[in-house]
Design a protein around this ligand. Sequence first.
Ligand code: XMP
Length: 314
Amino acid sequence: MVDVEKFIEEKVKEIKEKVGENIAVNALSGGVDSSVVAILAHKALGNKIKNIFLNTGMMRQNEPESIQEIFQKIGIEVEIKDVSDRFFEALKGQEDGEEKRKIFRDTFYKVLGEAVKESGAKCLLQGTIKPDVEETKAGIKTQHNILSQIGIDPEQQYGFKTVEPLIDLVKWEVREVGKALSLPETRFNTMPFLGPGLTGRVIGEVTRERVEIVRKANSIVEEEIMPLKPFQCLAVLFKDKATMKGDENAQGRNYGDIIAVRCIESKDARTAEVTEIPYDILKKIVKRITEEVPGVIKVVYDITPKPPSTIEYI
Ligand code: XMP
């Protein structure tokens, strides 16, 4: 690992030099990478850094507001920009997982490009880390923070250059830097969450209604499972529906939504084992999701390890 103090000193200097007299934008998502960049940039640029949180509509419950509040407490202002209409519009009618990721990434960059232009900044700071580049190049992920690596020149296409201070680090090193920068533990120890957000937790078409279902289910899963401190837990909404047990006299069948719950233990997400969640917690999750999330009538706990499965569904 790099010498953390030296790394911070060097990166603060590098950001100062690269940004110069201009103002810069940091697209803060609240994950550990962009949070570390926010603090480094704050040290380097003071109020010349503008932190923008793009609310894509695919965030977890209360995520934008809670992130804004956390940063406010450490003296960093975050502007939340609601751009969710753009995402739902772009994703309309799309069912293929990879296609949805690509649409998410393209829309994210269009919207971010506009926001950077609007702010007058000439520079975008990004929390890209080493595995993001490797995994995108290998076709494992379609990250939305990779531009030059996939042949897009941000300066030509969007009119700003990018500065990526964490590009040589892997996740645990970023966490070390976050710790040294006094980032609250809730930030430097965040559970992995998808770049494309809940887009990836909805199988089939991504609509406001369907994202709302998975958002509620996901928040119940996190509330009930987080005390067990798993590597990752999540909820996924299936495309198919299941038969609902209705009134004996009801005519015909009624159908409701199916949610899958996943909880895994892993070191680096390359392989994963399923968490043996106590049965009473699983029963509580089923009860809460079927009672609190309208339309959901079936909840399954997925006990497939990785391999052969992946952690996410799509
Ligand atoms: P899989 O599903 O491939 O996931 O076993 C491995 C880890 O990566 C996360 N993941 C993503 N993260 N953008 C991200 O930022 C993505 O497109 C993406 N796909 C998967 C997943 O949550 C797990 O932690």
